[in-house]
Design a protein around this ligand. Structure first.
Ligand code: FE
Ligand code: FE
Ligand code: ZN
Length: 278
């Protein structure tokens, strides 16, 4: 079965997202762990969380993906921004235990002039502080387009973060199809080669999720502008290959395309029609 969902708004609560997912043919979804522009997190209603867990069990959902705020930058040269990253991630990971066994995705960060080595070591410091032994959440590093001083533009950078983190059994990777193409991994012409490289550098066992986005920009543009599935430089044929690839087909796929709920429903139906049952 194709495990597919999209980014949903958390504003109506947790069970509401589960119901929306079902109504558009999804069996998972992504949501922001808190306001993406920063600020305090809303308390989770335990009953609402419980209701979502029940709905997920009854409908054989794949794991959910919480996305950390974009403003979070554990590699920042500004101490206050780093402190916010630490605080927000730590709080989010505690709260995630109300929805045990799911996943939490974050952008590794931008070193804003400190250099790659320093940035990576700051990210490792944050992870070594916020991860805890008995957590049930898997924390995913997202592959980035390499805009500005973004870290996570190469598999090697992700590998260094994983290697430096003490509790790295809690870590995985989320490949964003728009981001890696923008970063210079040619998944249009050489998907096999890129996945082989990922396996060599990071290991495919670390790959836990895929963000499915087409790209508004050309190969290696380092821009990060998502496009609707099939309408960008990746093209529909690439997505057909991705969702059916033996190394990927069992993973959960999350759409972050420029769509409202109806558009997501159409994309989910389209992707299901391209999924080969075997
Ligand atoms: Fe992201
Ligand atoms: Fe993404
Ligand atoms: Zn993006």
């Amino acid at each position: 079965m194709l495990n597919i969902g999209c980014h949903l708004s958390v504003s109506g609560g947790y069970k509401n997202m589960g119901e929306t997912a079902l109504s558009i043919g999804a069996n998972t979804f992504q949501f922001f762990s808190r306001n993406p522009r920063g600020g305090a997190a809303k308390a989770i209603d335990p009953q609402d969380a419980e209701n979502l867990i029940t709905l997920m069990k009854e409908n054989s959902f794949a794991p959910l993906l919480a996305h950390a705020p974009y403003t979070l930058n554990p590699a920042s040269n500004d101490e206050r921004i780093r402190a916010f990253a630490l605080d927000a991630m730590s709080g989010d990971l505690q709260r995630m235990e109300m929805l045990p066994g799911n996943m939490y995705n974050f952008h590794p960060g931008s070193h804003v002039g400190l250099g790659e080595d320093k940035g990576i070591s700051l990210i490792i410091d944050v992870l070594n502080t916020v991860l805890f032994e008995d957590m049930t959440t898997t924390v995913l590093l997202e592959t980035m387009a390499g805009k500005g001083s973004e870290i996570g533009r190469s598999f090697e950078q992700l590998k260094r973060i994983i290697d430096g983190t003490k509790l790295n059994g809690k870590l995985g990777v989320c490949i964003d199809t728009c981001h890696i193409y923008d970063a210079g991994y040619d998944i249009v012409n050489n998907l096999d080669g890129v996945l082989h490289e990922f396996d060599d550098v990071v290991g495919l066992t670390r790959l836990k999720a895929v963000h499915l986005n087409d790209s508004k920009n050309i190969f290696e543009s380092h821009k990060d502008r998502h496009e609707k599935i099939g309408e960008g430089s990746l093209g529909l044929e690439t997505f057909k290959k991705i969702i059916n690839h033996p190394a990927l087909r069992g993973l959960p796929f999350y759409l972050e395309t420029p769509n409202e709920t109806d558009g997501y429903k159409e994309e989910i139906a389209l992707l299901k029609s391209l999924y080969e049952v075997n």
